[in-house]
Design a protein around this ligand. Structure first.
Ligand code: 3PG
Ligand code: CO
Length: 556
């Protein structure tokens, strides 16, 4: 208990309510017409930037600053919220898998040995996001695994692909499948029977999250395990082309499920007893539900019809708390001693809220990928149900106002010291690539911010507003040197659905903030990991010694 106690901050008093607002997918970029945030009416955020420059700054939210391998890696919600909540930088899944593959250790661990129990007769299945977004998975890792698994003696390999178009360019799934077909051809030349067995778009098939819609996982199960889907094709390329010809508005994210069949019309690779399976996503949130379907004996979310007895491993352990899956290839980062854990040990009462699609980000991921509360009495987490079964450009308002209202209630109730929310619109609507809808989404976010700023004002509190990574501030692909938007061969602007490498704003203020408290100027390269020490200070405590330094100083 003693080692959890934080000393009082020498200047900042305890007892002020602190509102923490995380804007999902809200970066800083040149204000042209493809910057949805700049185009949107955002008086609250503009006011903060222009009226208190010593309490507004930018933070790094991508690359090594959030534990990703290189400066070219855009940020994402998982690594962003990990850094925000944990106050330190951890090497993340993407980097850990890279190392395990480079060193070959991935083939020496318990996970791979377990997988090999399916030899000599079992088929090896690989299921995951086919993309090099580096957010959930990366193609070069799949490529290395395919080769490595053949080297390790698997004679029959089937790949179940989920097309992306969300972390990478819409339409690019054709390129990834073409590359994959080449790589499988190489394996066939070596005598390995290697084929794509099924497919579907990531938002329609398998990769739901936070139990928003189990139907998504069921569609995947039916295609991958049972070999049943509304569409059958002779090849994956044919599937992608035909489905888009038949429905030109279809995008990579939403391909319906399909199975690949042989000349007799039989599926080439349903998952059956005795097989082995790797889910090759390293990121957990959108693979946990499928992992449960593959692994849980008691499972009642949908009728699995046939449950194959297989050797199943995850690329990573997706949930260390419940040990899911039991077998995995690479151990996840251990993110302990997070801010939430410190705060409950110091009696700070926390209320956290978002809507379903980001709820886990501001709770589970914030707490170092840990389920539940640290304290049932000192913490309350509220989830507002997200709209289901729609693409968020249809309802870009999402639940931002409802989230803000919950936060305001929590502030006024007097029951909480820290009130923390995630406003999803910039990210979730930004991922649809719909610029007009994203502008609406950002406008609503600003209104929600205004509500929470007013409530913070009324209770004499302090606010801290920041974001987890960029998205809505750039909706077009740009020339990396000039920053000019690029057009495709047909002269159309290339829509950017993905996150960005942009820095994100952070602003502090409110009547409870000590007069001389402002951002230090000696931390020019600070990133999201510096935020935890900052809000711990605002709550009146010194931050743990091993945390990245606080962003604030108090001048006389
Ligand atoms: C997703 O899973 O929706 C995207 O791949 C990443 O978005 P997020 O990191 O904002 O959740
Ligand atoms: Co996102």
């Amino acid at each position: 208990e003693e080692e959890w106690k934080l000393p009082p901050h020498p200047k900042i008093p305890k007892g002020k309510k602190v509102t923490i607002i995380i804007l999902d997918g809200w970066g800083e970029n040149i204000p042209d017409r493809f910057n949805a945030i700049a185009v949107a009416e955002t008086p609250a955020m503009d006011h903060l930037k222009t009226t208190a420059p010593e309490r507004w700054r930018l933070l790094k939210a991508h690359g090594p600053a959030v534990g990703l391998p290189t400066e070219d890696d855009m940020g994402n919600s998982e690594v962003g919220h990990n850094a925000l909540g944990a106050g330190r930088i951890f090497k993340q899944g993407a980097a850990l898998v890279d190392t395990a593959i480079e060193t070959g250790l991935i083939y020496e661990g318990e996970g791979f040995k377990y997988l090999k129990e399916a030899q000599p007769n079992g088929t090896l299945h690989l299921l995951g996001l086919l993309s090099d977004g580096g957010v959930h998975s990366r193609y070069n890792q799949l490529q290395a695994l395919l080769k490595g698994c053949a080297d390790q003696g698997f004679k029959k390999i089937r790949v179940h692909v989920l097309t992306d178009g969300r972390d990478v360019r819409e339409g690019s799934s054709l390129d990834y499948v073409t590359t994959l077909e080449h790589d499988l051809e190489e394996l066939r030349k070596r005598g390995v029977d290697a084929q794509i067995a099924s497919g579907g778009g990531r938002m329609a098939v398998t990769m739901d999250r936070y139990e928003n819609d189990w139907g998504v996982v069921k569609r995947g199960w039916d295609a991958q395990v049972l070999g049943e889907a509304p569409h059958q094709f002779k090849s994956c390329l044919e599937a992608l082309k035909t489905l888009k010809e038949n429905d030109p508005k279809l995008n990579d994210q939403y391909y319906p499920p399909f199975v690949i069949v042989d000349d007799e019309g039989k599926p080439v690779g349903p998952i059956v007893d005795g097989d082995a399976l790797i889910t090759f996503n390293f990121r957990a949130d959108r693979m946990v539900m499928a992992a449960k379907a593959f692994e849980f004996e008691d499972f009642d979310k949908f009728d699995r019809v046939r449950v194959p007895k297989i050797k199943y491993v995850g690329m990573l352990e997706y949930d260390a708390e419940i040990k899911l899956p039991k077998h995995y290839l690479v151990a996840p980062p251990h993110i302990g001693e997070t801010s939430g854990e410190y705060l409950v040990h110091n009696g700070v009462r926390t209320f956290a809220c978002s809507e379903t699609v980001k709820f886990g980000h501001v709770t589970f991921v914030w707490n170092g990928n840990r389920s539940g509360q640290f304290s049932e009495t000192l913490e309350e987490y509220v989830e507002i149900p997200s709209d289901q079964g729609i693409s968020f450009n249809v309802k870009p308002e999402m639940k931002a106002i409802a989230i803000a209202e919950k936060a305001c209630e929590a502030l006024h109730s007097g029951k909480w010291d820290q009130v923390r929310v995630n406003l999803p619109n910039g990210d979730m609507v930004g991922h649809t690539g719909d610029l007009d809808a994203t502008i609406v989404g950002c406008t609503v976010v600003d209104k929600a911010i205004q509500l929470m700023l007013e409530a913070t004002e009324k209770v004499g509190g302090i606010f801290l507003i920041t974001a987890d990574h960029g998205n809505a501030e750039d909706m077009v692909k740009r020339n990396s040197k000039t920053g000019e938007p690029v057009k495709d061969k047909k002269g159309k602007y290339q829509i950017l659905t993905a996150h960005t490498c942009a820095p994100v704003p952070i602003a502090i203020g409110g009547p409870g903030l000590l007069k001389g408290a402002q951002f230090r100027t000696d931390l020019p390269t600070a990133g999201l990991a510096n935020v935890a020490a900052t809000f711990i200070n605002l709550l009146g405590f010194e931050a743990p010694k091993d945390y990245e330094p606080s962003l604030i100083e108090v001048v006389e």
